[in-house]
Design a binder for this molecule. Structure first.
Ligand SMILES: Cc1cc2nc3c(=O)[nH]c(=O)nc-3n(C[C@H](O)[C@H](O)[C@H](O)COP(=O)(O)O)c2cc1C
Length: 219
């Protein structure tokens, strides 16, 4: 597969086969994280891989209450989703209720002191620290797809970081940034992801000025 094919078909996999994932395949995906950029090349990201069924059940028990609150907020119109809302919620609900059956959980950890956030003094949500974390995560998702593994990214468990840290023995100065689920998908990878067109997200010179897209054909 070439890079475009991988990127364009890396969806959120919420339906998995029970078939285990071997350690080498997991390592191949995590190896890809090493090549991501980070501020000052401080490389703050590390991973905890969980395959133990009891551990996964404990993590699912922590996930479900937040998922249920989130679904309620969607129902009440407090949370806005993209298109095909009902389908996403139904599959995400299945995912939440079968979470512990997914072969592999990977908790993404970050040494925040090494995240080089440059926007903490602004009167808004700080996002820059994440720029040293999530490129590594995306590399894992893409590498997994390239060998046929499905993944899903969730940040809901960050709500219960203290409990997750205790469960996984994560040191005090390390934070949790996300969890990746991984396994062999039970449905085919999509041919097309639902995403906004380039004309809505890319501008020329000034925000809002349409960018000439040349010969690019939008998929
Ligand atoms: C920060 C973040 C958090 C997410 N959390 C969840 C989650 O808790 N549960 C879930 O089912 N999907 C979660 N997702 C997946 C998104 O719902 C998914 O990327 C989006 O609906 C697009 O779907 P697609 O990737 O299959 O095209 C999350 C994605 C991101 C980037």
């Amino acid at each position: 597969m070439n890079l475009s094919e991988v990127m364009e078909s890396t969806n959120t996999c919420r339906f998995y086969q029970k078939k285990p994932v071997c350690d080498q395949d997991i390592a191949v995906t995590l190896e890809a994280a090493r090549f991501s950029p980070s501020g000052g090349n401080r490389q703050p990201v590390s991973f905890v891989v969980i395959k133990d069924s009891d551990m996964k059940k404990q993590m699912q028990a922590l996930y479900l209450p937040f998922w249920e609150t989130y679904v309620q907020a969607i129902d009440e119109g407090m949370v806005r989703l993209g298109s095909k809302d009902k389908k996403i919620v139904a599959s995400a609900d299945y995912f939440a209720r079968h979470l512990a059956e997914i072969p592999v959980f990977i908790v993404v950890c970050a040494q925040l002191a090494d995240c080089h956030a440059t926007d903490t003094d602004l009167d808004r949500l700080s996002v820059v620290g994440g720029a040293s974390i999530y490129p590594a995560v995306q590399n894992v998702l893409l590498r997994a797809r390239s060998i046929g593994l499905g993944t899903a990214l969730t940040t809901l468990l960050c709500h219960v970081e203290p409990q997750i840290k205790e469960l996984l023995n994560i040191p005090e100065d390390i934070s949790t940034a996300a969890m990746i689920t991984m396994g062999w998908p039970s449905k085919k990878f999509p041919k097309k992801l639902l995403r906004r067109p380039l004309s809505e997200i890319a501008w020329a010179e000034k925000y809002g000025t349409p960018l000439g897209t040349g010969t690019i054909i939008e998929k």
